[in-house]
Design a protein around this ligand. Structure first.
Ligand SMILES: Cc1ncc(COP(=O)(O)O)c(C=O)c1O
Length: 285
C-alpha cells in the first residue's frame, strides 16, 4: 500500500476549452494531496537535503512562502518528522494559514511589503542563528525547477496523446514552474512560445510576484521566457469565477493564466495552448 507522499504528482491533464479551432489544456495541480503544485517541490527539496546530509529528522525547516509551499512542507514534514515554520505575507488567505497549522506548522505573518523585500533575508538570518533551523529556499534551490523539468513536464508529454503544443502559459512566483516545464517543452517543441504571467503594478495575485518589483529569483531562467504579461487582479478573479461556473474550482493564479490563454486564443487560429492550474479554489473562499 502506498503512503500519502507517493500520491504527489501524476495529476490530470484536461482540455479546458476550444475556441477559434484552438484548444486550451491545463495540468490540474490541485489534485496533489496538499492541494497544490508545491507538494512536488516540498518533497523533492526535503529528500535532496536529506540525501546531501544537510537535514535530519527532528530538524526545523524555515521557509518564506505565499502559502502553498508552506502547506506542502508542513504536510511532508508531518509525515517525515520535520517541524516547519513559514514566513507569510499578512495578505495570505485564512484557509492557507489554517491548513499549515493543521499539519502542525508554525506561521509567522509579516506585512506584505516587508515580505516582498525582506522575507528571504529574514529566513536566511534565522537559519544562520538558530540551531537545527534550515532554510531550503525555493527561490534559489535548483531542485525546484528540476522537479518540474523531471516530473511535471514528463507527465505532460506522456499525457498529450500526440497533440503538438504552440504556447506554454505559466504564472510566475519563484519561477520554478515556468523554468522547469518551459525548458523541457522547448526541447520537445522547439517553436513553442513560453509565456509568463505576473501581477500588474500594485496588483496582488496570491502566489505570483512581478519581476518589475526588482527581484528576479536566481532559479528563474528569464532567457527562456518569450513574453511576460502583466495582469490585474480583477481579471484573474473574474476568470477564476468563470472557470468555477464551468465546474473547475481553482485559485486566482489559475484564473490569471487562463485569462492570458484566452487572449492568445483570440489573436491566433488553430493553436494548442497548455497552462498550469497551480492549486484548488477552496483555499480562497
Ligand atoms: C497559487 C500559486 N500559483 C502560482 C505559483 C507560482 O509558481 P512558481 O513559484 O513555480 O513560479 C505559486 C507559487 O507559490 C502559487 O502559490
Amino acid at each position: 500500500m502506498k503512503t500519502i507522499l507517493e500520491y504527489i504528482g501524476n495529476t490530470p491533464l484536461i482540455k479546458v476549452e476550444e475556441e477559434n479551432d484552438s484548444s486550451i489544456f491545463a495540468k490540474m495541480e490541485g489534485f496533489n494531496p496538499g492541494g497544490s503544485i508545491k507538494d512536488r517541490i516540498a518533497l523533492n527539496m526535503i529528500r535532496n537535503a536529506e540525501k546531501e546530509g544537510i537535514i535530519k529528522k527532528g530538524d526545523t525547516l524555515i521557509e518564506p512562502t505565499s502559502g502553498n509551499t508552506g502547506i506542502g512542507l508542513a504536510m511532508v514534514g508531518a509525515m517525515l518528522g520535520y517541524k516547519v515554520k513559514v514566513i507569510m505575507p499578512d495578505t495570505t488567505s485564512v484557509e492557507k494559514i489554517k491548513m499549515i497549522k493543521a499539519f502542525g506548522g508554525e506561521v509567522i505573518l509579516v506585512e506584505n511589503l516587508r515580505y516582498k523585500k525582506f522575507a528571504i533575508e529574514d529566513a536566511r538570518a534565522m537559519a544562520k542563528n538558530g540551531a537545527g533551523l534550515y532554510f531550503l529556499n525555493q527561490y534559489e534551490n535548483m531542485n525546484n525547477p528540476y522537479t518540474h523539468y523531471k516530473s511535471t513536464a514528463e507527465e505532460i508529454l506522456n499525457q498529450l496523446e500526440g497533440e503538438q503544443l504552440d504556447y506554454f502559459v505559466a504564472g510566475m512566483g519563484t519561477g520554478g514552474t515556468i523554468t522547469g516545464i518551459g525548458k523541457k517543452l522547448k526541447e520537445k517543441f522547439p517553436t513553442i512560445k513560453i509565456i509568463g504571467v505576473q501581477p500588474a503594478r500594485d496588483e496582488r495575485i496570491e502566489g505570483l510576484r512581478s519581476i518589475k518589483d526588482g527581484f528576479v529569483p536566481p532559479i528563474m531562467d528569464v532567457d527562456l521566457i518569450d513574453e511576460i504579461y502583466d495582469i490585474e487582479e480583477s481579471k484573474a478573479l473574474e476568470t477564476k469565477d468563470d472557470l468555477a461556473k464551468k465546474g473547475i474550482l481553482v485559485g486566482p493564479s489559475s484564473g490569471a493564466a487562463m485569462y492570458i490563454c484566452r487572449e492568445i486564443c483570440k489573436n491566433n487560429r488553430r493553436v494548442n495552448i497548455i497552462t498550469i492550474f497551480p492549486d484548488r479554489g477552496e483555499r480562497y473562499i
